[in-house]
Design a protein around this ligand. Sequence first.
Ligand SMILES: NC(=O)c1ccc[n+]([C@@H]2O[C@H](COP(=O)([O-])OP(=O)(O)OC[C@H]3O[C@@H](n4cnc5c(N)ncnc54)[C@H](OP(=O)(O)O)[C@@H]3O)[C@@H](O)[C@H]2O)c1
Length: 345
Amino acid sequence: MAAYITRLEIQMSTINRQFRIAARPVGMVKENDFEYAEVPVPDIGAGQARIRTTYLSLDPSMRGQMENRADYVAPLAIGDVMRAGGVGVIEASNNPGLPVGALVGGTLGMQDYAVTDGKSLPVRTYPPGTDPTVALGVLGGTGMTAYFGLLELGEPKPGQTVVVSGAAGATGSIAGQIARIKGCRVVGIAGGADKCSWLTEELGFDAAIDYKSQDVGRALDTTCPNGIDIYFDNVGGEILDLCLARIAMHARVVICGGISRYNAQGPIPGPRNYFNLVFRRARMEGFIVIDYAKRFPEATRQMQQWLDDGQLKHRATVIEGFQNLPKALIRLFQGDNIGKMMVKV
Ligand SMILES: NC(=O)c1ccc[n+]([C@@H]2O[C@H](COP(=O)([O-])OP(=O)(O)OC[C@H]3O[C@@H](n4cnc5c(N)ncnc54)[C@H](OP(=O)(O)O)[C@@H]3O)[C@@H](O)[C@H]2O)c1
């Protein structure tokens, strides 16, 4: 046993496991679009620190990043380490601003170790004792997305009706709760009875619609009799169209994401009902959360306060094991997560 533990320790400290892009995905992302590699643990130079990854995030946008296209981040090449957000602990450091033992988060990539001087790979430092699943979830990228998307673009007012799609996911579950905290009526759309009962029974959503078993249009008519003041869209497609058909005067349609299109092949149909924006004098607007990076500390303080006083709840679906990273990304698209999908590496 002692020999086994020693071997394990040596292995952990000398090998950097990675997943790299092996192929551009066609349709649904597949496990063999990734290739596993082992390289030596990177050394650090002057001013640098080495981060040992503890949790990696699975995000719908990773599918798009595997394609050779430049949108809001640089495209990745075949053979590149797959880009992924993560949290980790500083294990070795020549940089006083990145002390050994600190919990940090950033785009660490699908690998055990990342090196930064603080600028080459920007990282956020979390207060000592922060739960890493909280750092990666509700206080990480998806929490920030929910916060700025809903508050800045949605502009919620007490009594207004807010509909959130992808509502039981990392972003949607937080966006819906922030709307509730702001005094809105909140209707979530999610896939499956378990997800819907989590929304209404634990998170305080006023209603939930199971898009896999219910007629969404009819359910929206029942739950939103005066129309939708804010639609926080995570999915696009048919659900976006059904919501556009039901917007209230001066509604805000927040385009956060469109997961229904990410694995689609061929031309993507546009929303048929967009012209209702004219009739209802409404606004539809997209955003990218990184544009709010300077304001993350302000959002983190507010969200931490809501967490502390019990107004904001969060959940993570944690899959164990580095080797399961590609599978976990596929499972995200299959809706196997409630709250934030992550892998404990
Ligand atoms: N604009 C930004 O800066 C920004 C930043 C982060 C994320 N996003 C976007 O926010 C959305 C949510 O991301 P997340 O990280 O929080 O993921 P998530 O919601 O935690 O997970 C994805 C969920 O999408 C649902 N889904 C999968 N395929 C679907 C389909 N064809 N139609 C409808 N729902 C589907 C599944 O739930 P069901 O079981 O309910 O189907 C799945 O659990 C994504 O569109 C993402 O691209 C945008």
